[in-house]
Design a protein around this ligand. Sequence first.
Ligand SMILES: N[C@@H](CCC(=O)N[C@@H](CS)C(=O)NCC(=O)O)C(=O)O
Length: 229
Amino acid sequence: MEQLIRWKTLDHDLLIKKTAIKYWRMPVKFYNLKAGANPRKVRIFMAEKKIDIECVDVDMNAGDNNTPSYLAKNPMGKMPLLELNDGTYLAESLAICRYLEALFPDPPLFGETNREKAEIDMWAMRMEHEIYKPVSDVFFHLSDFWKGKREQFPEYGEYQRTYALRRFSWLDSELSTRTYIAGDKYTIADICAQSAFVLGKFTGTPIPKGFINLAAWYENVSKRPSARA
Ligand SMILES: N[C@@H](CCC(=O)N[C@@H](CS)C(=O)NCC(=O)O)C(=O)O
């Protein structure tokens, strides 16, 4: 009997400890850049999971991401950034999404089985490296917006435009066999691609005419309520 009471107390203590840890590690604030592809990724992710936390818009044009107080939170001076209840911060859009997936597993957007998780990771990385990277390079190296703000190499920008179009064509044929990027479910891989294509649409690399599967996929994911997050 005594033993039983002792175990019960231990269980109870453990539960309190676990609840306290969970509470301290909860996200409390999201540092956002409205037009940025990476913050958009996290906003869509949070909307899919119905996560509702305080959102702070950082004014990049006013240099608010390079003030000492912001750099103390994220020395990279970038958005998105997630503030936790314990006063710590997490940067990098995919790392933030992974963290949120662990805290709020439903609906699963990083897969459920080990095989599924690896497959989705593979596609999310491909979307980051093969789609977002060239699309964002076109924006960085060829747009007036970045003129004088960062070093531009227009020739590299043009090269990346050609590269992006080759990759769009590859993705278009991949999508002839399935509804979503990583299979038959909407996942983080779609969110990565979707955010990149929104950026491309406004910065010089829209989906060209004739890429039927890619255009149909984009239209489909854009209809989700989370697309407006
Ligand atoms: N790898 C980072 C990239 C973050 C990033 O480049 N964010 C952009 C907005 S999309 C930014 O904050 N740019 C501000 C600047 O470069 O000054 C991520 O995935 O979060």
